[in-house]
Design a protein around this ligand. Structure first.
Ligand code: NCD
Length: 307
């Protein structure tokens, strides 16, 4: 049966476990999967800029032996002629077996999923969510920390518009004994639909602070984010807030020795390059983990669609 993944909560915790197990098996035995999607086509429809997400979906499909059709820019697609997301999704369903879609509007992936006759994976819808980045983040946390519970997780930067933060909180809130430290300027605080409906609703402990330095010593995971320039209404506000937090090697001295520093990338100034050589820097491992998790997800959804 056709099934789409729009939100990380579309996958149960058992399914997340099973995707992690598949990803780990792919890492251990890549040759076993080299022809798993032979004859299948993934369409990547990206109406917003991307390097990692699109290329990692495409690399994932190639490593599964499948093929890729790609729209890399809204301006060169019929979206620029005024075609609706629903019509585009219906059309692409005639050519491909599965879609990964990124769109600047919140809810666009859901509209596509409702119209398509093939599975749709949300590769980021505006400031809303980004489930496959969260899958990359989860595999990274599992490989680095060994567990999804008992962690103090700091989220730093643009918590308002950062869709990766919203999805990661939704995912980690399902596991016991975690605490969140929300580090942002006043103007970029976590939206209340995440704070109230997820953290407060579930009674999950959290702190809010504007100081990265104050938060750092207690953290097991630090998730840095870019200030999302493209979601601001005016450039002045962006310029004022863009360098609110910069993690560098000097600040990192106050952190735990086994801190896991994450970032969905692209980074602008949030993490100085002098952090890159620190063994606690995990952001490029996250990139690779994203490819394996996307391989596991494509496999799962194509298998379910064939049943
Ligand atoms: C993120 C995104 O697109 O939301 N990037 C990504 O997919 N790895 C984060 C960002 O753009 O800042």
């Amino acid at each position: 049966m056709k099934r789409s993944v729009i939100d990380i909560l579309d996958l149960s915790t058992e399914e997340i476990e099973s995707l992690i197990a598949t990803a780990q098996d792919i890492i251990a035995r890549p040759a076993e999967y080299a022809h798993a999607c032979a004859g299948k086509k993934l369409a990547t429809l990206f109406f917003e800029p991307s390097t990692r997400t699109r290329l990692s979906f495409e690399a994932a499909m190639y490593e599964l032996g499948g093929n890729v059709l790609s729209v890399t820019d809204a301006a060169t697609s019929s979206a620029s002629k005024g075609e609706s997301v629903a019509d585009t999704a219906r059309t692409v369903s005639c050519y491909a077996d599965i879609i990964a879609m990124r769109h600047p509007k919140e809810g666009a992936a859901l509209v596509a999923a409702n119209a398509a006759s093939i599975p749709v994976i949300n590769a980021g819808d505006g400031g809303h969510c980004h489930p496959t980045q969260t899958m990359a983040d989860l595999l990274t946390i599992r490989r680095e920390k060994g567990a999804f519970s008992g962690l103090t997780i700091g989220l730093c930067g643009d918590l308002k518009f950062g869709r990766t933060v919203h999805s990661l909180i939704n995912a980690m809130a399902r596991y016991p004994d975690n605490k969140f430290v929300l580090i942002s300027p006043e103007e970029l605080k976590l939206p209340s639909y995440v704070k109230k409906d997820v953290l407060q609703e579930k009674g999950i402990p959290y702190e809010q602070t504007t100081s990265l330095e104050a938060a750092l010593p207690q953290l097991d995971v630090l998730y840095m984010t870019r200030v999302q320039r493209e979601r601001f209404f005016n450039e002045e506000d962006y310029l004022r807030l863009k360098d609110s937090y910069i993690l560098d090697a000097a600040k990192l001295k106050a952190a735990k020795g086994d801190l896991c520093v994450m970032h969905p990338l692209p980074r602008v100034n949030e993490i100085a390059t002098d952090v890159d050589a620190d063994p606690r820097a995990c952001y490029f491992k996250q990139v690779l983990n994203g490819k394996y998790m996307r391989m596991a997800l494509i496999l799962k959804l194509l298998k379910e669609a064939a049943q």
